[in-house]
Design a protein around this ligand. Structure first.
Ligand code: URA
Length: 245
């Protein structure tokens, strides 16, 4: 069975993507600012199929249309930005184009990284996908590089792998996690859950302290070479599938 391609009125589509009100879209179309396959689209009440390739075919004021709903972005999160729509201070959403704040459905981070954690962060407007990725039942692997304040004791790997480590204030032990020691004060930790401050609390449970934390991988995705902190890229369908690999 092939999936049915959704259709939308042009004014509704553009308005839901944050370009402006439906009346503004109608004015822009009348002025020749909206084209599809190189042809002016003066009537914004027209219904069109909303396909992923629409940005290659539609132009708004001479610029390619933004990605349509169902997008997944991979951001190299810089230090000092918060994964929240509401909190004060620099937010990861400030990195995205301004009009994307008006998109409906809204774009959200898939899980969170702390303000002082850097690295691979996914964002999406696809709520079903978001829940599938963060569900502990899916066991999506997250790989962190941790720099520690004190030398490792040598007992951490066995404790993290045991499936018996209980974090303070919780009543369910952590799923087994894999520790790969890089040096006395550096390690790579692979976890399949996403509990609050999980990595920092795991090392705190061993009497250590995480000084720097960076997420390198999520499922089968890793940070692309050359994607500097603060830069993001739109994932293809094949790349999205890698999340669950
Ligand atoms: N674990 C943490 O402690 N912080 C993060 O940002 C991610 C995982």
């Amino acid at each position: 069975m092939t999936a049915k391609i959704p259709t939308s009125r042009v004014d509704r589509l553009l308005s839901s993507m944050g370009y402006g009100s439906r009346a503004e879209m109608a004015r822009m179309a009348r002025a020749g600012g909206i084209t599809l396959d190189g042809v002016r689209l003066p009537n914004v009440t027209k219904r069109i199929p909303v396909t992923r390739d629409l940005p290659t075919r539609m132009k708004i004021a001479g610029e390619a249309l933004d990605p349509v709903a169902g997008m997944v972005l991979l951001l190299n999160k810089p230090l000092g930005m918060t994964c929240s729509h509401k909190e004060a201070g620099p937010l990861v959403y400030d990195i995205l184009p301004k009009r994307w704040k008006r998109r409906d459905p809204a774009i959200s981070t898939i899980g969170r990284l702390d303000k002082q954690t850097s690295g691979l962060l996914l964002l999406t407007d696809d709520g079903d996908l978001l829940h599938r990725v963060i569900s502990p039942r899916r066991h999506v692997r997250k790989v962190y590089h941790a720099t520690l304040a004190r030398p490792l004791r040598g007992t951490e790997a066995a404790l993290f792998a045991s499936g018996e480590l209980m974090l303070e204030g919780e009543d369910k032990p952590l799923a087994p996690a894999d520790l790969d020691v890089i040096s006395a004060t550096e390690a790579r930790l692979t976890v399949t859950e996403g509990r609050y401050h999980q990595v920092r609390r795991m090392f705190a449970a061993t009497g250590n302290h995480v000084e720097a934390l960076h997420r390198e991988r999520l499922g089968g995705l890793s940070l692309p070479d050359g994607l500097a902190p603060g830069q993001w890229t739109l994932l293809s369908e094949d790349e999205i599938a890698l999340i669950f690999q």
